[in-house]
Design a protein around this ligand. Structure first.
Ligand code: BGC
Length: 733
């Protein structure tokens, strides 16, 4: 018996390493189910290894290119993620190799970066992209960004930004899709599809990150990083839907915001991060903090020190700490003291490992290394950049059809600080875009008008300052020309992160330049480059035509020149309202009606915005037929079809976007004056017609959410609104 026990024990001892070995192999087995692989891996990991997965470090920041390879030695092979600020795929592969071969379990690193509107090929800023209303082009731009990024060593982008933005003083309006909740939801899905493709483990796809969850754009007074007072009704009605749509589309990750949501900061908010995101919506990826937003909980006065900040963020549902090392420094003690349960640590690490597995990083940890000329700025990428830039430009005004510049103009003055610029025109978050790759407006115009019109250039003035010495040359260029085109705008860091401004007007010197040029009596055409809507109340009266060109990116020159020459027919429509003055903010198309609709408006400016959401002219004319409804009374389970036929009555081909709004004039919770529910953009040849259609599904299009996020569908009167037509219908049980 004794001998048997000894033999059995010996057998067991020999077998154990084998079993452990077997067990160890499961997570490496690409054919095993992901959750089984993760169970196996978690069972093998030490606490330290788990905690390391939850940290992101930066690589390449301020690094001298001569020693960036040296810097690699400082990277721990156990680190979970790197914010990778190099374009070199070989360094990435070397760092990855270090993680795979030098860490005990060989867990790959996930490399992330802000490729927000392009990587090396820079597309227009997202606010502009939304003005194109062209989801195909936006999706293509995201797919190109993913490909350029992946080939530079990235697995992950911190995009799209889904903060519905209604205060243009906030510089980050440039990074999102404008003031409308539905538009942000549609572009959320578009961006996720573009970045992630159909399978995250495919080459050239990268994980998306929905940010900044949630309500960041409501920072008081548009001051970045400030407190945001958000009622639960607004949270659910305005801010949640784009994130929910992005999650449903399969977004792998989410970033928690800097802002304080009515006393509970977004990065310590159990309700939004766990109850809603994870439990209600079932998100199975992970949440990364914003840069330092865990440590900020101390500044926001909800944590007495970094340790408590760590506990609060982690327990609320932030799984990865961006750059601060708070998790690395404080989680071990918090676990030892029983303040953070081991099960919560395991769940957090599981989420991170799940995303890595879905990306296929365990099987294919390395990216392909191809020469830069095959990686960046390929002709088809530049073409997409030009098309998207052109379609995002909005013709705000065009008195007497002064545009396009046809043969009626033999010489044109081109004036302004934007003409030869190659930096600001890319906008904020230009990725790895380089000024030397930008086709300037000047270059674009030279190409477009060669042999057709004489171009007389003068800079006129700088973006700001008081130096008016250049005005004289500008006026003489105008005097010898048939028309004057002035290219004004904002510097890149006047919008974007930390780009808040107390006034959204352009600096006085730019307005003064226009006033001087106006005195020449020549038609003045304004081309405005900005990362936000501008206060145009003075400029508007001085200009015959105005085009919002936004910050169009690498292909700026051709896109702008095409709009001016008429090679491209403008088709952009505003994704955000232009107020009369800064003081009119907030003003957005879907406000709620006031108790006294005809009173209470500012006395010193017109009641309306200068240019409302949805505004945008074309060089052709579209005539809208009468909207037809398939019924005037429908049941909750029915569908209602609305159709409108549109004729291009002008002599140019064009693309027209139809926006379908719903108005619910009476409900148990007050409703906005109207809400966008559907849009469609179609190409219509000159003289031809197209039919646009909206299938109204009551549950989806006529319901509303309450302050708990519960949907309600109430019977009664409704209106469908297209352009200036408003048709009544009734919803019955
Ligand atoms: C920004 C994020 C960005 C992150 C990483 C933060 O300061 O708020 O939008 O993704 O930095 O660069």
């Amino acid at each position: 018996m004794k001998r048997q026990i000894v033999t059995f024990t010996l057998l067991l001892l020999c077998a154990l390493p084998l079993a452990a070995q077997k067990k160890k192999e499961i997570y490496k087995d690409k054919n095993a189910p992901i959750e089984t692989r993760i169970d196996n891996l978690l069972s093998l990991m030490t606490l330290e290894e788990k905690i390391m997965q939850m940290n992101q470090w930066t690589y390449g920041k301020n690094a001298n290119p001569n020693n960036i390879g040296e810097k690699m030695k400082e990277v721990s092979p156990m680190i979970g993620s790197l914010l990778y600020r190099s374009t070199n795929p070989e360094y990435r592969n070397q760092i990855q190799k270090k993680a795979i071969s030098e860490s005990r379990l060989g867990i790959p690193i996930i490399f992330g970066f802000d490729a927000i509107h392009g990587y090396r090929t820079v597309f227009p800023i997202p606010l502009a992209q939304a003005c194109s209303w062209n989801t195909d082009l936006v999706q293509q731009s995201c797919a190109i960004t993913a490909k350029e990024s992946w080939l530079s060593g990235l697995d992950w982008t911190f995009s799209p930004m889904l903060d519905v933005a209604r205060d243009a003083r906030w510089g980050r309006v440039s990074e999102g899709y404008g003031e409308d909740t539905y538009a942000n939801s549609v572009f959320a899905v578009t961006a996720v599809k573009g970045y992630q493709g159909t399978n995250l483990s495919d080459k050239y796809t990268i994980a998306a990150c929905l940010k900044h969850y949630i309500g960041y754009s409501l920072s008081e007074g548009g001051r970045d990083y400030h407190y945001s007072d958000i009622s639960n009704q607004t949270l659910w009605e305005t801010f949640m839907p784009p994130f929910e749509a992005g999650i449903k589309a399969g977004a792998a990750t989410v970033m928690s915001g800097f802002n304080d949501i009515s006393g509970v900061p977004a990065s310590a908010n159990y309700y939004t991060l766990t109850e809603v995101l994870k439990k209600k919506w079932g998100h199975d990826g992970f949440v990364i903090s914003d840069w330092g937003s865990v440590r900020n909980l101390v500044e926001q006065s909800v944590a007495k020190d970094l340790k408590e900040a760590t506990q609060k963020a982690f327990m609320a549902g932030v799984e990865m700490d961006m750059v601060d090392n708070t998790y690395m420094d404080y989680l071990p003690a918090l676990v030892a003291e029983g303040k953070v349960p081991m099960a919560t640590v395991d769940e957090a690490v599981r989420r991170i490992l799940r995303v890595k597995m879905k990306l296929g990083l365990f099987e294919n940890p390395y990216v392909d290394v191809v020469p830069e000329k095959k990686r960046y700025l390929l002709p088809e990428y530049l073409k997409t950049a030009e098309l998207l830039a052109a379609e995002s430009m909005v013709l705000l005004k065009n008195d007497n059809s002064v545009l396009p510049i046809t043969t009626k103009y033999k010489s044109i003055a081109i004036i302004g600080p934007m003409v030869k610029d190659s930096v600001h025109i890319m906008g904020f978050w230009e990725g790895m875009g380089r000024p030397q790759d930008v086709e300037t407006i000047y270059a674009g115009l030279q190409k477009e008008f060669k042999g057709k019109a004489q171009l007389n250039y003068a800079k006129g003035c700088d973006f700001d300052g008081d130096d008016r010495n250049g005005f004289t040359d500008a006026v003489s260029a105008a005097n010898k020309s048939d028309a004057v085109i002035v290219f004004l705008g904002e510097k890149r860091n006047w919008s974007g992160e930390n780009g808040s401004r107390s006034t959204i007007a352009l600096p006085k010197i730019q307005e003064d330049l226009v006033a001087e040029l106006k005195k020449t009596g020549k038609p003045v055409i304004l081309m405005l480059s900005s990362g936000r809507p501008l206060e145009l109340i003075r400029l508007n009266t001085m200009a015959s035509a105005i085009v919002a060109i936004w910050q169009p990116g690498t292909a700026a020159g051709s896109a702008v020149a095409g709009i001016l020459s008429g090679r491209s027919n403008p088709s952009g429509k505003l994704s955000i309202t232009f107020p009369q003055t800064t003081g009119q903010i907030p003003i957005y198309y879907n406000m709620r009606e006031s108790a006294r609709p005809n009173s209470g408006h500012y006395q010193d400016i017109p009641r309306d915005a200068l240019y409302w959401f949805g505004h945008g002219l074309s060089y052709t004319n579209y005539s809208y037929g009468s909207v037809k409804l398939s019924a005037t009374k429908i049941k909750k389970t029915d569908k209602l079809i609305a159709e409108v036929e549109i004729t291009n009555t002008g002599d140019r081909d064009g693309k027209e976007t139809v926006m379908w709004f719903i108005k619910d004039p009476f409900a148990s919770i007050s409703r906005p004056m109207k809400e966008l529910k559907h849009f469609e953009k179609k190409f219509i040849k000159a003289g031809e017609k197209a039919v646009y259609r909206f299938e109204i599904d009551p549950a989806q299009h006529l319901s509303f959410v309450d302050s708990n996020g519960e949907r309600h569908l109430e019977t009664g009167d409704f209106y469908v609104i297209v352009n200036d037509q408003q048709l009544h219908f009734e919803l019955i049980e």
